[in-house]
Design a protein around this ligand. Structure first.
Ligand code: ADP
Length: 319
């Protein structure tokens, strides 16, 4: 393979830039030309494609977001859209594609694979919800952003002796809520993977207050319900007012942590190695600190698992 392409798609995540840099530099190191496809599958269909050089990815390793931009593209979900994309790739002589993104972006890479076009998926999402990898690029940075917010909210919660509800991202996965709740010492963590019982939530808060706790922090994953909806239900059950913080898009931005930059560099380079050696149709990941790769179609069929032992631990430690 002498020419490959790289795109970022779907929700952006901190560390995507480090992954793009790794793809470009590893490819050039292997004497392979690299083309950047701008604005995800949208740019692919429209031919928004430019050759990238070593210097094109200079000074981005520490920046959040993605220099290739990202977009949602409904047209790419159709066979016609996918065909247009492949025609553009052929026009530029691009023989294989690295797709950096989340679950939806992987579906696009899977579609290209089914057309017989070589693609490798790199997991870039803050949600940590991609099967076939223990960690996704951006998860660690998002967690640190959430923890910073929890620490700050804890100060005001303690001063006012109030209960705070913090809504975090994660789509249908509870990883951000669980990890940040455990690391931030939240009293209660609600994740979509486990049913919650309002009586249990109230009993735990009451117990904490009886022994003199001044603050109560409840982390709610967006996949459970919105923070405001939970606050309404909580008020209905207890008559107590709470304060709600919806962290929103601050979780997507910011300087990637060292851990995310290293992960992005390793996964991006691995994707190029696979593609250039003729192993398309794969998804790369990390398990037990070893790089792994799976058939992208099989990887997508696997369910995402949350660590329930950690969930139980978060309950034990927040009594
Ligand atoms: P993420 O990659 O962060 O999960 P999305 O779910 O929005 O984000 O997906 C990003 C893009 O991937 C979509 O806008 C679309 O272009 C493409 N995509 C999603 N699902 C499919 C599919 N079933 N077939 C082809 N392309 C898809």
């Amino acid at each position: 393979m002498k020419k490959i392409g790289v795109l970022t798609s779907g929700g952006d995540s901190p560390g995507m830039n480090a992954a793009v840099r790794a793809v470009v530099r590893k490819a050039i190191f292997m004497d392979v030309e690299v083309y950047g496809i701008y604005q995800g599958y949208n740019g692919l269909i429209n031919g928004n494609i430019q050759k990238l050089e070593l210097g094109s990815v200079g000074d981005i390793i520490h920046r959040g977001g993605t220099m290739l931009y990202t977009a949602r593209c409904e047209e790419f979900k159709t066979k016609e859209g996918q065909k247009k994309g492949i025609e553009q790739l052929e026009k530029f002589g691009i023989e294989g594609l690295v797709v950096i993104g989340g679950d939806g972006s992987y579906q696009g890479a899977k579609a290209l694979t089914e057309w017989g076009y070589p693609c490798v998926g790199v997991p870039g999402t803050i949600d940590n919800d991609i099967p076939g990898t223990e960690y996704t690029i951006g998860f660690d940075t998002a967690l640190n952003t959430v923890i910073d917010a929890i620490d700050k909210i804890r100060d005001t919660a303690t001063s006012h002796e109030r209960t705070f509800i913090i809504e975090v991202m994660g789509r249908n996965a509870g990883d951000i809520a669980l990890w940040s709740g455990l690391a931030g010492g939240a009293e209660t963590v609600l994740i979509p993977e486990e049913k919650f019982d309002m009586d249990d939530v109230i009993t735990r808060l009451n117990k904490g207050q009886e022994r003199g706790k001044k603050h109560s922090i409840i982390v709610v994953a967006e996949g459970v319900m919105s923070g405001n909806e939970f606050a309404d239900r909580f008020k209905e059950a207890t008559g107590m007012d709470t304060r709600v913080s919806v962290l929103g898009h601050i979780q997507r931005g910011g300087t990637p942590t060292a851990s995310d930059r290293v992960l992005a560099s390793r996964l991006g380079a691995k994707a190029v190695e696979l593609l250039v050696s003729g192993n398309g149709g794969r998804a790369v990941g990390i398990e037990k600190n070893q790089l792994v790769d799976y058939d992208i179609i099989e990887a997508l069929a696997k369910p995402h698992h949350i660590d329930l032992e950690m969930y139980n631990l978060s309950k034990e430690l927040s009594i």
